[in-house]
Every structure is written in structure tokens, then in C-alpha cells.
Design a protein around this ligand. Structure first.
Ligand SMILES: O=C(O)CCC(=O)C(=O)O
Length: 341
């Protein structure tokens, strides 16, 4: 029978059954949950609201601190045995799916997101049972031998997962249900995704990134290509648009940070000030509140949005109509300037 390492090398993915006993996974989850509850209170919202906007925490974070040593000692020892050589821990994440954020993470290759500091493989450790309906991990076996594509920017508004619709994916992908305490080992070049959760059960995983001692990164990893509004520029664009909007709509010129612009816009929407473009006040305000939670979680907890929900929602409810209006004003001003005798 093939070893876990042989399957991993051949197919790019392999399951590690019972990496640790279920009760250990459960007690790790309890500690993580207590930390998340604390984080939610710190940003002034309930845990449901926090978890609808924050679904990933990267070490160093108060949420990952209770597992830091466990990953570096227990997981490392188990991986040294499985791989038959020393491995080095590069990064630790906790990733969640819940009733409040239950979407898919679209098809991608991990390596494309860190071209400057590539890692070799991930260990996805399940803290809950994951059946077909719980946001199961899915893989395209052998695709780690394919050419590396640029990172997929699934934070773009109206993003469509073309790989998941491809015939190769539909014919050859596999899904890997696991139990609490099991893990999945996968190559950083393999195409994979996590499905949306239909059950809305808790599905937390500890996702660690590793290299073997003799790891040689592939020679060519494409650069990330920023979209018009997406993963790599949405923070700056949002800040610039909100600032410009305050100046142009309300003659309120301030130079501050994103949180201040969000709060200032929130006041305008709450007071139902006259806004010169069509906007759904309730949705726009809710999207701003959500972004403020994500922003605070990012600063305080190294938290992020694994499913790409928060920024695209704000784009639809406020930023897109605002940017169209700002462009219109700019065009009108330019034409007045050019029309001068
Ligand atoms: O846990 C998930 O939902 C997605 C994890 C994933 O795709 C990754 O860690 O690369």
C-alpha cells in the first residue's frame, strides 16, 4: 500500500487519518472559540456579526496564539515522520465556515499568492467533522504538475469561478470529507477549493504551511495581477473613494484613515443626508459597518475575509454608484474647462 507521502508526491494531495484524537481537536476548538468571542467583544459586536465578516486569522493573532506551540511541536513531529525528513513551519492560519459566512473559497493554487515567499505544502487540520455539505475541501489530483497560473482574485465584484465550471474540474476533481482530528496534506501548486456550506454547521480548520529542508521553489511563479477592484487594491481604492466622496458630496475635506472615512460616511447615511447618487441607505450602511468590523479585526487580530464577502458587498451598495457619480462630475468639469473660449 502507498504511504501518505507517496500519495502526496504522486497526486499532490493525501489524507492523514486521525492525526490526533477527536477530543484533542475539540479542546483546541474550545480555546479558539473563547478567543474569537473575546475578539468580537473587543470590536463591539456579537460573535455572529464578527464571524460573518471575519473568517481567517493568521499567526500572530490572539486567535492562533493557543495553537502556536502545538503546531510547531506536535504537527512538526508528525510531519517529520510522514515526510521522512525535517520540515519547517512557515505560516499558521485558522479558517472558518459558519452559518454566518458559508460561501465557497473558489478554485486556486496557493503558491501564486506568495510568489516572493513560496511554501511547499499545506496541512489542513479539521477541528470539526466535514461531510459533503459542510464546506468540504475539493482537489484536482495531479494538477500540481500543471503550469502555475497567476493568483485568482476572487474578491472582484461579480467574480465567476471558471475553473470550477471547467470540464476538467467537473470530471476529475475529488472531494475529501474528513472527521475532527483528520488532516489533508496538499501541494502548494495543486488546484483546490472549499465548497460552500449547505449545512451551516461549524467548520473550523487549522491550516499550516510548510517546506521540507531541501525544498526548491519552482523557477517561475507568475506575479499577481491586480483587478480594477479586488484583493490587492480594494483597501486603498475604498479609502480613496470614501475620502473623495466626502469632499465632493459634502465638502468635508479630511485626511485621515479608512476607519475615520467609514465612520464619517456612516454618519451621513444614518442622518439620511442628501446623497447625489442613487443609494440604498440600509444596505450601504450595513456594508460600511461590516467593513469597519473587518478593518478592526485586521488591525487587532490579524483577521481577514477568507471568502471575499465584505469588500464586494460594499462595492455594490456604495462604492460603485459613488465612483460612477465622481467620474461623471470629473467628465463634466473637464468638458467645461475644454469648452472655455
Ligand atoms: O479552508 C478553506 O475553506 C479553504 C482553505 C484553502 O483553500 C487554503 O488554505 O488554501
Amino acid at each position: 500500500m502507498e504511504t501518505i507521502q507517496e500519495t502526496f508526491i504522486k497526486k499532490g494531495v493525501s489524507v492523514v487519518p486521525r492525526l490526533c484524537p477527536r477530543h484533542q481537536a475539540e479542546s483546541i476548538y474550545q480555546k479558539i472559540f473563547e478567543q474569537i468571542d473575546h475578539c468580537a467583544r473587543e470590536v463591539g459586536c456579537d460573535i455572529e456579526r464578527y464571524l460573518s465578516n471575519v473568517s481567517r486569522w493568521v499567526d500572530p493573532s490572539p486567535v492562533t496564539q493557543s495553537i502556536h506551540t502545538w503546531a510547531n511541536v506536535f504537527l512538526k513531529n508528525r510531519l517529520n515522520e510522514i515526510m521522512g525528513q525535517e520540515v519547517e513551519l512557515k505560516k499558521t492560519n485558522i479558517i472558518s465556515k459558519t452559518a454566518y459566512a458559508s460561501r465557497a473559497v473558489p478554485c486556486h493554487q496557493d503558491i501564486s499568492y506568495s510568489p516572493d515567499q513560496p511554501y511547499e505544502f499545506s496541512l489542513w487540520f479539521a477541528l470539526h467533522d466535514v461531510t459533503q455539505n459542510d464546506g468540504v475541501m475539493e482537489f484536482l489530483p495531479y494538477s500540481h504538475h500543471a503550469e502555475i497560473a497567476s493568483a485568482v482574485d476572487f474578491w472582484q465584484p461579480n467574480f465567476i469561478d471558471k475553473v470550477a465550471r471547467s470540464s476538467a474540474w467537473r470530471k476529475n476533481s475529488i472531494h475529501l470529507p474528513v472527521q475532527a482530528g483528520d488532516a489533508i496534506l496538499f501541494d502548494s501548486r495543486i488546484w483546490h477549493r472549499s465548497a460552500d456550506s449547505q449545512s451551516h454547521h461549524l467548520r473550523f480548520a487549522i491550516v499550516t504551511r510548510w517546506c521540507r529542508a531541501d525544498y526548491k521553489p519552482p523557477p517561475h511563479i507568475p506575479e499577481k495581477i491586480p483587478a480594477d477592484f479586488g484583493m490587492w487594491n480594494c483597501g486603498q481604492l475604498t479609502e480613496a473613494l470614501l475620502k473623495q466622496g466626502l469632499e465632493t458630496c459634502f465638502q468635508q475635506a479630511i485626511t485621515a484613515d479608512l476607519a475615520t472615512y467609514i465612520r464619517a460616511w456612516n454618519v451621513k447615511l444614518t442622518q439620511r443626508e442628501k446623497i447625489p447618487f442613487p443609494v440604498d441607505f440600509i444596505h450601504a450602511k450595513q456594508s460600511l459597518d461590516d467593513l469597519l468590523i473587518l478593518q478592526q479585526a485586521s488591525v487587532l487580530h490579524n483577521g481577514g475575509d477568507a471568502q471575499g464577502i465584505v469588500y464586494p458587498k460594499l462595492w455594490t451598495h456604495l462604492l460603485e454608484p459613488l465612483s460612477k457619480w465622481l467620474n461623471k462630475i470629473k467628465t463634466e468639469q473637464t468638458s467645461i474647462y475644454h469648452d472655455r473660449p
